[in-house]
Each structure stands twice: as C-alpha cells, then as structure tokens.
Design a protein around this ligand. Structure first.
Ligand SMILES: NC(=O)C1=CN([C@@H]2O[C@H](COP(=O)(O)OP(=O)(O)OC[C@H]3O[C@@H](n4cnc5c(N)ncnc54)[C@H](OP(=O)(O)O)[C@@H]3O)[C@@H](O)[C@H]2O)C=CC1
Ligand SMILES: O=C(O)CCC(=O)C(=O)O
Length: 476
C-alpha cells in the first residue's frame, strides 16, 4: 500500500477516543455506569440550510456537538472543512471535555463543524454562510456566552469569530455579555492578545516542561534540553507555525522537515520556519522552496529519523499503515487525534513516548478561558494594578540603591520598573497551566510506578475530575 493512503480506519474517530478512555478507566474507580455517562455525547445538533450563491440555491450541513455540560459553558472550536462529519464532530467535542479537565478550566466540551471547502468561496460568500450558520446555532441554544462558546479551528480564524460575534449581538442585543459568545476574535473586538499563537506556544511550553524532567527525557531515549533537537512538523497552519517558530527561535531546536499538504521539505541543517511560512503565504504551498530536499508524498517524511515528531495538521495521520515505521522516540500531538487507537497501541508497545493532544494542545482553550473571563469582567487584565506595580518597582530600585550606594544594573532596573501588560499575564497563565498539568499527569504516572503512558495518565486525571464534579453536582 502506498505510504500516503491510510488504510480504512477499523474504528471511527469517536470509537478511537472512547477506547483510549477505556484504557484509563481501568485505573479510576467510578460508580457503576458512570463511565458510560462520562463517555457519551450529551447533545448533537445537525443543521442544513439553503443559501442562494452565484444564482444557485446551495445547501450546507453543519453540526455542533455538546459532549459534556458538567461545567458551563461548553467550549470548543468550529471547523470548516469538507471532511467534517457528525462522527468527527462528536469525537472532537469529547476531546474538549477531557482537555478542559486536564488544564483545570471550568468548561464542558463542545465542537462544531460545517461541511464546506472555504477555498471554493469568496470572502463575501463565506461571510454570508458563516452568519447563517451562527444564526442556526444561536436560535437553537448552541451559541451563547453562558452555554456554548465556539473558537477557531481548522478553516476558521479571527475573521469568522468576528462575524459570529456580530450575528449574535444583532440577535441578542440585550445580552450584556454578548462579546463572550466566541473566543479567538480580533483583539479590537474584545479578543485576547496572545490567543492567536496560544496553541503553538502551549506546545512549546509543554515540551519545555517535559525537558525539565530528566527521567521523562531518558524514558524517550533523549538527553539534554531542546537545543539542537531534530524536529519534524506536519502542518504549518496556525498551531504548527507558531510551535515550530518558537521552538526554533527561542530554544534553538532544528526543524529538519516541514510536511504540508503538497509535500515535505527536508533539510538536516534546519529549515528557517519564518521563510518557509512566508513562501507558503505567497505560493499557497511549500513545493519549490529553494535549496532543500523535496519529498512527495509528504507523509513519507513522518517516518524519517528525528528526535521529536509534531503532527499539527489533522486526525488519523499515524495509523496502522505507517505506525511501525515511525522512528521518532517522542511525539507531541499538536493536532487533535493525529494517532489512531490501533497506531497508539503499536507505538506504545515499541516504547514511543507520546504527549497526548488532550494535554499538549490545550494552550488554545486555556487562553480562550482568559478571553472569556476578560469579556465577562468587561475590563482588560492588569488595568487596575499595572501602574501601581511600576511604582512599587521604582520604590524597590530606590531602596536597593540607597542601601548599596550603587546604581542598579540596567537590566534589573528595567525589569523592576515595568508593570506586567496583558500579554505578559496571558503568557504567564498559559505557562503555569501547561506546567501544572504536566506535573499532575506525571504524578498520576508515579502512583502507578510509571507503567502508565502519558495518554492514559492524562485521561485518568481528566476522568477523576469530571466524575468528581458530576458527583458534587448530583448529576447522576
Ligand atoms: N487553532 C487552535 O487554536 C487549535 C487547533 N487544534 C488542532 O490543531 C490542528 C491544526 O489546527 P490549525 O492549525 O488551527 O488549522 P490550520 O487550518 O490553521 O492549519 C492546518 C495546517 O495543516 C495543513 N494540512 C492540511 N491537510 C494536510 C495534510 N494532509 N498534510 C499536511 N498538512 C496538511 C494545512 O494546509 P492547508 O492550509 O493547505 O489546508 C494547514 O497548513 C487541528 O487538529 C486542530 O483541531 C487544537 C487546539 C487548538
Ligand atoms: O479555544 C477554544 O475554545 C477551543 C480550542 C479547540 O478547539 C481545541 O482545543 O481543539
């Protein structure tokens, strides 16, 4: 079988997630039947609506799945893609439930999808379609700051979130919190500085935390830190681009291959992520990027030798057809569901260390949480205390200089005199969420003599929290 064609999945995406949860259920004590309550999707809305486009009536189908409501609002992205269907929407909603629990943010899990290829439509047509989809969701209670809050995912971004926000505002102008009906919107419309790169940055912070644990690093057969680690990344979109750029520019990692839809660029000395990204913006793909090796089909590059593999595009890219040939000792799942359940079993048996999606790509929803809180409080973070902090810093500098009789070094003075701005606070909160979550997953592994893989441990942490919250609520 050629490398680029995955075999038909023996289990669906949703079943794949459910089986991963089942593995963790062996380690968590629940009352009878609670496992089914946790795993089952609470509600799924399907809408089909007609629109006249270029003189022709076209119908569009979309879904919004609410996997859990033990916390509200239910939270999760909105995907515009020709390959989205009900099964994958439900699977992605389930991942959101576990993800929010792992990073300890008070949301249920949801996800939405519209079956459409955005490339086939003009900007104005996309606006018409997005606004209509938003109306369908809002009218049925699947869009509101209190109950269900979408965010960007594949095929959507700040632009779509702005249209959805405006549609909701026009429908419900009396809702004083209308700005919080979506996250990931433009900063000028109440979005959060730092949300755009949050998921990629979260991947970066997760890897940094992993490399602070020498036992974990040794388990993967690696040593040292991120400097000069050889990384292969698939998908240079919102998540992949920021993750790769930060790893390269801030930690000196070497991005030795970038896999995109049209093929892969390979360069052992390291690709310049920013140059490749700019080339993609100009040409729509990576083919023809000068001075490096070209591999087609690109998926073959997933199997090359490297230290860290980062699938950051789509689900199911590592499957039974290629899992045996994956050579990376460490995989961090930036995409949702990039490894099927069967492939995960194969990789686990071979000792590959996998940092799972439900932990690794949680940075996006963490910063979405900050954005939602900011919207409900109607005030930017740090607005009240920033100048006070600066004044305190000035007093500390003056006191130090008075006591020592010397002038403080410029770097110390600059750092003490600068009150944290909103971006500093967001990054600090994101870093903390990724560090604490990793430590809790590690703790769960420790309690089982580290015999548990990271995915199972992450699910075990999540399930314990969800069942605890449901019991406290008297939900069953
Ligand atoms: N955005 C977010 O905040 C979050 C996203 N995620 C997950 O991360 C993943 C990526 O999302 P995001 O970055 O937002 O999406 P984008 O659409 O911005 O990026 C996806 C990238 O992958 C490329 N791609 C698509 N198909 C393939 C393929 N078959 N082979 C190689 N590359 C491919 C796309 O190319 P092209 O443009 O040509 O289609 C694009 O460059 C998804 O699984 C998403 O659910 C998870 C958490 C949060
Ligand atoms: O930011 C959010 O609310 C959701 C992000 C998302 O869709 C995801 O983590 O998969």
């Amino acid at each position: 079988m050629p490398n680029d064609i995955p075999p038909p999945p023996p289990v669906s995406f949703q079943q794949s997630v459910a089986r991963m949860v089942d593995r963790a259920l062996d380690y968590v004590k629940l009352e009878p039947g609670a496992d089914r309550a946790i795993k089952t999707c609470n509600a799924i809305l399907q809408v089909t609506f007609p629109l006249k486009i270029r003189g022709e009536v076209r119908t569009f189908t979309g879904w919004r799945a609410v996997h859990s409501t033990h916390r509200l609002p239910a939270k999760g992205g909105l995907r515009f893609s020709p390959s989205i269907d009900q099964d994958s929407t439900e699977a992605l909603a389930a991942l959101m439930t576990y993800k929010c629990a792992i990073v300890d943010i008070p949301f249920g899990g949801s996800k939405g999808g519209l079956c459409i290829d955005p490339e086939q439509y003009s900007r104005d047509e996309m606006e018409l379609i997005t606004r209509r989809f938003a109306r369908e969701l809002a009218r049925r209670g699947f869009l509101s700051p209190a109950t269900n809050v979408p965010a960007p995912d594949v095929g959507t971004g700040q632009r779509e979130m702005a249209w959805i926000l405006d549609t909701y505002k026009n429908l419900y102008p009396e809702d004083i919190n209308y700005v919080g009906c979506v996250t990931g919107k433009p900063v000028e419309l109440g979005g959060m500085p730092g949300r755009l790169d949050a998921t990629g940055r979260g991947i970066h912070y997760a890897l940094r935390e992993f490399f602070r644990h020498p036992d974990a690093v040794a388990e993967a057969g690696l040593s040292g830190d991120l400097k000069d680690k050889r990384i292969i990344i698939q998908g240079l979109g919102n998540v992949g681009y920021h993750a790769a750029k930060l790893l390269q520019e801030e930690d000196g990692a070497r991005i030795i291959a970038i896999i995109e839809r049209d093929g892969a660029l390979v360069h052992e000395a390291g690709l310049n992520v920013e140059e490749v990204h700019q080339y993609m913006q100009r040409t729509g793909g990576v083919q023809g990027f000068p001075g490096v090796e070209w591999v087609e089909p690109g998926t073959m590059a997933l199997e090359r030798d490297c230290d860290i593999l980062i699938p950051a595009a789509l689900e199911g890219v590592i499957h039974t057809g290629n899992a045996e040939r994956i050579r990376a000792p460490l995989i961090i799942e930036a995409a949702n569901g990039p490894i099927t359940f069967e492939a995960d079993e194969i990789l686990r048996a071979r000792g590959t260390v996998i940092l799972p999606d439900i932990y690794a790509n949680a940075g996006g929803v963490v910063v979405s949480y900050f954005e939602w809180i900011r919207n409900l409080s109607h005030m930017r973070f740090g607005r009240l205390e920033r100048r006070l902090d600066e004044m305190r810093g000035q007093h500390i500098v003056s006191a130090l200089e008075l006591m020592s009789g010397e002038q403080s070094p410029d770097w110390l003075r600059a750092s003490l005199l600068r009150g944290a701005d909103e971006l500093d606070l967001v990054r600090s909160g994101l870093d903390d969420a990724m560090r604490v979550a990793f430590q809790e997953i590690e703790r769960m592994r420790q309690t089982h003599d580290r015999a548990m893989d990271y995915r199972t441990a992450a699910y075990a942490v999540a399930i314990s929290r969800i069942s605890g919250a449901s019991l406290d609520l008297g939900a069953y």
